[in-house]
Design a protein around this ligand. Structure first.
Ligand code: GUN
Length: 300
């Protein structure tokens, strides 16, 4: 058997298209243009790439993009003052502070300074609590993208066995909450889990978010299961030439694709969905702030 390859790039383009249509409608009917502010502290090259890409897609969706770049040695108080201004700015509906922050900053304090209504990352403790208690929340973008792909593939997820490998605040924990919200039987596994292959083997849905290149092997997968690979790991690729690298996920794609029913590739799987969901969250935040109905299918 050979798995269906889930085309995250195409699905993300579809989501971005739907967001774009809703943005156009908001402008035409209400004279409102959603705005996303992205804050980058320091010069981390990977973060710079992400931030540029976020800005480009925001504008392509018809929204306003506000970029704030601060030097790495910015005092925390200055960042908090900027967040306060963005919280008060009626043109800004979403605020994203790119992580990681420089070592002298208290990440939790910075995240919790963002207005929960504008917290398009869903990292504010109030949104985390709302998600955990089944209340309307802003939901982290990567898990939301994974959930959208799973719903698109299966429709109703009720009663399915799901294993989330990884317990980060950004992916693992919110992913488990979302799957639980859709009535899956959820196991959270991690690097210390005993008999991880045995745990994975029981699952109808496997979400791998551990950050270990090609750790999940085909033999671990239940035949026909759906495998969502959140990992983005750069590894040496001597076959491409000296010093060359390639991107791989947390799943050994070649062996897993022979057993799974459906699988996301890396790159081109979960990755593109994250930015699409950031745009969706900005639109959702804008609608909620203005007391307008939310577009369907773009939230948890
Ligand atoms: N750094 C890596 N991933 C993320 C993310 O999803 N949000 C933010 N704010 N920073 C990140």
């Amino acid at each position: 058997m050979s798995a269906r390859i889930i085309d995250g790039k195409a699905f993300a383009a579809e989501i971005r298209g739907r967001v774009g249509e809703e943005v156009a409608r908001l402008k035409a009917e209400h004279g409102i243009t959603p705005g996303l502010a992205v804050v980058l502290v320091g010069e981390d090259p990977a973060s710079q790439v992400y931030v540029r890409s976020k800005g480009r897609h925001t504008i392509e969706a018809g929204m306003n993009s506000y970029e704030h770049k601060l030097p790495a040695d910015t005092p925390e108080a200055e960042l908090l003052a900027l967040i306060e201004r963005l919280n008060e700015d009626p043109a800004v509906h979403g605020i994203l502070v790119q992580l990681p922050l420089p070592g002298h900053m208290d990440e939790a304090a910075v995240i919790n300074a963002i207005s929960p209504a504008k917290d398009v990352d869903g990292f504010h403790i109030l949104n985390v609590g709302r998600l955990a208690t089944g209340q309307k929340a802003m939901v982290p973008c990567t898990p939301l993208g994974c959930l959208m792909m799973l719903r698109d593939l299966h429709g109703d997820l009720s009663g399915m066995g799901a294993v989330v490998i990884g317990r980060s605040n950004i992916v693992g924990k919110p992913m488990a909450q979302l799957l639980l919200g859709d009535s899956c039987t959820v196991t959270i596994a991690h690097s210390r889990t005993r008999d991880l292959p045995g745990v994975v083997k029981r699952a109808d849905i496997v979400v791998a978010a551990v950050g270990r290149p090609e750790m999940v092997k085909g033999e671990w997968i239940k035949p026909g299961a759906t495998v969502i690979d959140v990992g983005i790991n750069r590894i040496p690729a001597p076959e491409k030439g000296e010093g060359k690298t390639r991107l791989v996920g947390d799943v050994d794609f070649e062996s897993a694709a022979k057993v799974a029913g459906a699988i996301t590739p890396v790159p081109g799987g979960v990755g593109p969905m994250t930015i699409a969901c950031l745009l969706a969250n900005t639109l959702t935040a804008c609608c909620r702030i203005h007391g307008l109905p939310e577009p369907e299918g773009l939230t948890a």
